[in-house]
Design a protein around this ligand. Structure first.
Ligand code: FES
Ligand code: FE2
Length: 382
């Protein structure tokens, strides 16, 4: 059993990108690595678990973080709340499926009842007088840190990581002009992928593969029009400027958001928010991927399309069809990568500094979490 919290485990990716290797192949194939990663990355810091639009007031959703079942809802002030999905009486699962709630959370077993801030407010027939030292105040729900960023709900099982805004550094300011809080999710889909979640985000972070994997996309998004989009913060990103219309106006049909800066109005932003969210932002819509690890070499993509203005059904279909075409190409190549790494017994490779520097940045953020280092990557100079 390899201990991935040791600095020696990561020494080959710690130098400059020009000297760095790819991640150790075990990171994509080994079940022992998978469980350590689940604890260190998904249990050890913020991760994206739902879209903000999934949790309107009066709704509760059930999600998993690092094999822990949690529920997310809003209190009476509309603030997000997240709790472990377990009753404080004898541990029963509180909520089985996403659904509506009526101002309280009730355990199905003996009807202990909690308000939306997690306070225990009712214990039917429990007769607290006959128990010694029973203080209902310490039997509230176990709260988990939760917040919203870039249209996504993030939670952290680790109480010691920086606040969500600080986690992403300057990204909040960079995205402020889009007014993402005014975007609404118009369609969502979930896809199973036979590839590790890291291969999906690494693939998203580089456009080196553009011409060969995406001939259709290469018409609207050209290799030479890409620039880095990385300040100090836990994310990797690039910008495409300008965005071309392509053969069928796939990316440009929807109506732009209002009040965009001239740069935002002519750019596509492709941002991998650490660890598990991929966000493409165009002046008229956003496409968000939440990556859920299932096992070594297996993951799930929860994809949502959102926009500031309501699109016509035809325009939305056309947009989603184009995205699905491109994304299927990405999934196909990532599954090939997974198979080659796993079944071809890959020994590890090297990165192109021009195209694959974001991957190196991602590897180092990953290694930092394993080693317990709270460090925000610096911004690019270019
Ligand atoms: S286990 Fe929840 S009320 Fe008894
Ligand atoms: Fe791609």
């Amino acid at each position: 059993v390899n201990d991935w919290s040791r600095p020696e485990a990561w020494e080959n990716i710690r130098g400059d990108v020009a000297t760095s290797t790819t991640l150790p192949p075990a990171a994509y194939t080994d079940s022992d690595y998978f469980f350590q990663e689940r604890a260190a990355i998904f249990g050890g810091g913020w991760c994206g678990i739902a879209m903000v639009d999934d949790v309107s007031q009066g709704r509760v959703v059930v999600r998993e973080i690092a094999d822990t079942s949690v529920i997310v809802t809003r209190n009476n002030q509309g603030d997000l709340r997240c709790y472990r999905n377990s009753c404080s009486h004898r541990g029963t699962e509180l909520v089985e499926d996403d659904g509506e709630i009526d101002n309280v959370l009730r355990c199905p077993y003996h009807r202990w009842t909690f308000d939306l801030d997690g306070t225990l407010i009712s214990t039917p027939l429990f007769d607290t007088e006959s128990i010694e030292d029973f203080d209902p105040n310490v039997f509230g729900l176990q709260e988990i840190r939760v917040g919203a960023f870039a249209g996504v709900i993030w939670a952290s099982l680790n109480p010691d990581v920086p606040d969500l805004v600080d986690w992403f550094g300057d990204l909040g300011n960079r995205l402020a002009g889009y007014g993402l809080e005014r975007y609404e999710v118009r369609r969502s889909v979930t896809v199973n992928v036979q590839a590790d979640w890291k291969l999906l985000t690494e693939n998203f972070q580089e456009y080196y593969h553009l011409a060969w994997v995406h001939p259709e996309l290469a018409k609207v998004s050209k290799v030479d029009d890409h620039y880095r989009f990385q300040g100090p913060g836990r994310y990797c990103g690039q910008t495409t400027t300008p965005i071309s219309a392509g053969d069928n106006d796939e990316w440009t049909t929807l109506q732009n958001g209002s009040g965009l800066s001239s740069s935002d109005a002519e750019s596509g932003r492709h941002i991998a928010l650490f660890p598990n969210v991929m966000l493409t932002l165009l002046p008229n819509h956003a496409c968000t991927f939440l990556l859920e690890p299932i096992g070594p070499g297996e993951s799930r993509e929860h994809i949502s399309w959102s926009s500031p203005h309501e699109p016509s059904p035809d325009d939305l279909d056309k947009l989603v069809d184009f995205w699905v075409l491109v994304n299927d190409q990405d999934i196909d190549i990532c599954q090939k990568a997974q198979r080659g790494i796993e079944r071809g017994r890959f020994k590890g490779g090297r990165l192109s500094p021009r195209f694959e520097e974001p991957l190196h940045r991602f590897y180092n953020m990953l290694a930092d979490r394993f080693e317990g280092i709270d460090r925000c990557p610096k911004g690019d100079l270019d």
